[in-house]
Design a protein around this ligand. Structure first.
Ligand code: FES
Length: 71
């Protein structure tokens, strides 16, 4: 996961958003609470939405295989 800056207002990287997803976030609102990304101007919200959608779509169907210990 890249260290690309997703939220300029709050200096949140793509890697930090991915870490929040690994910790169990399933919604953009949860990402906002956990990282503060998207809580200022909101310009980054579509990008956060797409990161969340891509992450959830890549999860295996079997819940036992969804365990992701990150890096
Ligand atoms: S760029 Fe994320 S809230 Fe402004």
């Amino acid at each position: 996961m890249s260290k690309r800056l997703v939220c300029i207002c709050n200096m949140v990287t793509e890697k930090e958003i991915h870490a929040a997803l690994v910790k169990g976030a399933k919604l953009t609102t949860e990402i906002q609470k956990m990282t503060r990304a998207g809580t200022s101007c909101g310009r980054c919200l579509p990008w956060i939405d797409s990161i969340v959608e891509e992450y959830l779509a890549a999860l295996p169907d079997d819940p036992q295989q969804r365990i992701d210990f990150g890096e």
